[in-house]
Design a protein around this ligand. Structure first.
Ligand code: 13P
Length: 253
């Protein structure tokens, strides 16, 4: 059920400017120093749209890919003030895009709209980091697995290039709170996501599934004991090269 490659993905959210290039350089230098180990790591930094092109032209790293954090559902250009399409992200050099993040769901992204965004992004051959996760109330009401199933079925289709979709399980109540699920809960949830995805979309292999929500240097060793977790989507701790590098180091301790 596990996929060998380990993903360490940073979601910078609304953080960073041109001077933040130094954060990426430091992570790159760390990867160069530990080259052998990093063959099995995939490092992706999803940065604000304003920085994608700049980072891509400045950074020539075989260890780090640059991604975006959201896109509009419309395929190319259109009268959508303030929005950016998947084709524009691709043109700026993004290889990945986060879709379905709970912070965007809270602002109105429905499963249906996320599905359209996924379609547009796949059309541009972008890789998708598709976020799913339950709220605290849904967890308390015992609805976690049902919510995850509905989110997957509501936004993904069998017809898609499913190899390009990475799932990020991010319990909404865990994001930015310092709280994380119990080990047993994580094992159960990851097994469920993987088998439900494989069964429902009739894939031959299990999907790549990441964990996100308050991942930091102190709790990463808890996650490393769970083989079903294929990597991490890190928020706050990815905005500092030291914290992000320490997460990777401690994962392997
Ligand atoms: P934190 O790591 O800050 O809790 O954020 C997680 C997240 O939202 C990543 O997408």
């Amino acid at each position: 059920m596990t996929n060998k490659l380990k993903y360490f993905i940073g979601n910078w959210k609304m953080f960073g400017d041109f001077s933040s290039l130094k954060i990426i350089y430091q992570i790159h230098r760390f990867c160069v120093r530990f080259k052998r180990r990093h063959k099995k790591n995939k490092i992706i930094l999803c940065v604000p749209t304003t920085l994608i092109y700049y980072f891509n032209t400045k950074l020539k790293s075989k260890f780090i890919s640059i991604g975006a954090q959201n896109c509009h559902s419309h395929k190319t250009y259109g009268p959508f003030t303030g929005s950016v399409s998947a084709s524009m992200l691709k043109n700026a050099g993004a290889k990945y895009v986060i879709l379905g993040h709970s912070e965007n769901r809270a602002e109105g992204d429905t499963n249906q709209l996320i599905k359209k965004k996924i379609e547009s992004a796949l059309n541009q051959k972008l890789n998708i980091i598709f976020c799913i996760g339950e709220t605290f109330k849904e967890k308390r009401d015992g609805k976690t697995l049902l919510i995850l199933k509905n989110q997957m079925r509501g936004s993904v289709s069998k017809k898609y290039d499913l190899k390009k979709i990475i799932i990020a399980y991010e319990p909404v109540w865990s994001i930015g709170t310092g709280k994380i699920p119990k080990i047993q809960e994580l094992k159960k949830t990851f097994k469920y996501i993987k088998s439900e995805f494989k069964k429902n979309f009739r894939t031959t292999t299990f999907p790549t599934v990441l964990y996100g929500g308050s991942v930091n240097v102190n709790n990463i060793s808890i996650f490393s004991s769970i083989s079903e977790i294929d990597g991490f989507l890190v928020g706050e701790a990815s905005q500092s090269s030291e914290k992000f590098i320490d997460i990777i180091k401690n994962y392997y301790k």
